[in-house]
Design a protein around this ligand. Structure first.
Ligand code: FAD
Ligand code: NDP
Length: 426
């Protein structure tokens, strides 16, 4: 059995939703496009899962956060896909791909053929087993990648009020989930190997600002060590964790956020890979001209860095998806993808944005004992990155605009003196 489509989007996450909207804007006909997704729901804004979804009062639930509400665009419910003649093939895993024949084989045994394929398979959460620790299957050990994970985490959180949680990992998931756990009145210990949280983006000074606030909310930081094993009760539930530094922590709930791996497996040996992802050119096209890759799984040329990167963030997923659709539908007029890397997070009442690259010397500005501060990164005489906490809409737009320009910086102390005024004035 089989079906044929002109356009197939493989994966039903953030990028898929934004690609679908763009296809309708460019004029796709009924029955030409399908989305195949292992998830059982239409594409949604994944960032909601570690934020609004975990709130104790009036938590966000679908259909409220289907794409493309994250970019203040239309909300694409299953009804929307139906009305636009887009086939949603949900709850369906693709188990193999044949790039030469332009076919995908689903786990149910259906062959789906395409003229153009957009790979939007995203990434999977790394498991502790990959670091030699077993126990991820225990009922109170939670990961957070999809709706099913978030639903389980919310359930376990409800039964853990007043109890102890251990958060493994000090990255995005660790920081955002730890804040949600605190808001849900659960005592939190965070365990991670680096000297400070958000080790790959934050400087020690920026990290310390957030860590001090988390500490004031009762969060216990256990740094420079990792988990060595779980402690179980006779029913197989985790009751604590043993750490490599010899210490132990009690746990009613464990949340693990130790990074991801892009879902490239279907294409290994068929498409060129790079930096752990699928290599694409500046039109998001892979080494096969009928196949495009977008979002977390794509390694694309980032013009302002002069090199290819894989960016595991929602803004890149949205914009790369739109651009790939434009490149497919309007090949003669679509320019190169010229993307400015943008990361953000919201925890408690904090909200920060970062643009560009965190390379070179760091110049701080603002009030680190107050609610608004930031930093610039200056590399080889140019401003290459900007971070701002607690900014206004106009200020965030200003740091984005100026970072894209990579202005020459002759005098670091003058930049420090001007602070945020430097970008607002340009
Ligand atoms: P995904 O959204 O991961 O979608 C991939 C899809 O492919 C899934 O539906 C998956 O089931 C499907 N799939 C994979 N393999 C197959 C297969 N073989 N067959 C069928 N289907 C398949 N980024 C930010 O910038 N800001 C944030 O605040 C933020 N918060 C986040 C919070 C959480 C909890 C998580 C997990 C991520 C967050 N991110 C955030 C990252 C952001 O969500 C991702 O960068 C984005 O979702 C990537 O989009 P994507 O479409 O490439 O992949
Ligand atoms: P991150 O890569 O952000 O962080 C992983 C953290 O776990 C790092 O602190 C890492 O340290 C640490 N770590 C790695 N191995 C171990 C280990 N064995 N034991 C303990 N700690 C370990 O990944 P997350 O899991 O936090 O996030 C998953 C994905 O979701 C990412 O793509 C992220 O971008 C995305 N996300 C983005 C958000 C946002 O943009 N606001 C919010 C939530 C998720 P080290 O650096 O030393 O490896």
């Amino acid at each position: 059995m089989g079906r044929a489509f002109v356009y197939v989007i493989l994966g039903g996450g953030v990028a898929a939703g934004y690609a679908a909207l763009e296809f309708t804007k460019k004029g796709v006909s009924n029955g030409e496009l399908c989305i195949i997704s292992e998830e059982s729901v239409a594409p949604y804004e994944r960032p909601a899962l570690s934020k609004g979804f975990l709130l104790p009062e009036a938590p966000a639930r679908l259909p409220a956060f289907h794409t493309c509400v994250g970019a203040n665009e239309e909300r694409l419910t299953p009804k929307w896909y139906k009305e636009h003649g887009i086939e949603l093939i949900l709850g369906t895993r693709v188990k193999s791909a044949d790039i030469r024949r332009k076919t995908l084989l689903t786990a149910a045994g259906e062959t789906i053929s395409y003229k153009f394929l957009i790979i939007a398979t995203g990434a999977r959460a790394l498991k502790l087993e990959e670091f030699g620790v077993s126990g991820s299957d225990a009922e109170n050990v939670c990961y957070l990648r999809d709706l099913a994970d978030a639903t389980r985490l919310a359930d376990v959180m409800q039964t853990s009020t007043g109890g102890n949680a251990v958060v493994i990992g000090g990255g995005y998931i660790g920081m955002e989930v730890a804040a949600s756990l605190v808001i849900n009145k659960i005592n939190v210990s965070m365990v991670f190997p680096e000297p400070h949280c958000m080790g790959r983006l934050f400087t020690p000074k920026i990290a310390s600002y957030y860590e001090e606030f988390y500490k004031s909310k009762g969060v216990n930081f256990v740094k420079g060590t990792v988990l060595s094993s779980f402690v179980f009760d006779p029913e197989g539930k985790v009751t604590g964790v043993d750490l490599k530094d010899g210490s132990s922590l009690p746990a009613d709930l464990v949340v693990v956020g130790i990074g991801i791996r892009p879902n490239t497996g279907l294409f290994e040996g068929q498409l060129t890979l790079e930096k752990g992802g699928i290599k694409v050119n500046s039109l998001l096209q892979t080494s096969n001209s009928s196949v495009y890759a977008v979002g977390d799984v794509a390694s694309f040329p980032v013009k302002i860095f002069g090199e290819s990167r894989r960016l595991e963030h929602v803004d890149a997923a949205r914009k790369s998806a739109r651009h790939a659709v434009a490149a497919i539908m309007e090949p003669d007029t679509t320019p190169e993808f010229d993307y400015l890397p943008f990361f953000y997070s919201r925890v408690f009442s904090f909200s920060w944005q970062f643009y560009g690259d965190n390379l070179g010397e760091v110049i701080y500005f603002g009030d680190f004992s107050g609610t608004s501060f930031g930093a610039y990164w200056v590399h080889k005489g140019h401003l290459v990155g900007s971070f701002l906490e607690g900014g206004s809409k106009e200020e965030y737009e200003a740091i984005a605009r100026v970072t894209r320009l990579k202005p020459a910086i002759d005098d670091l102390s003058e930049l420090e003196r001007q602070g945020l005024g430097f970008v607002v004035g340009l």
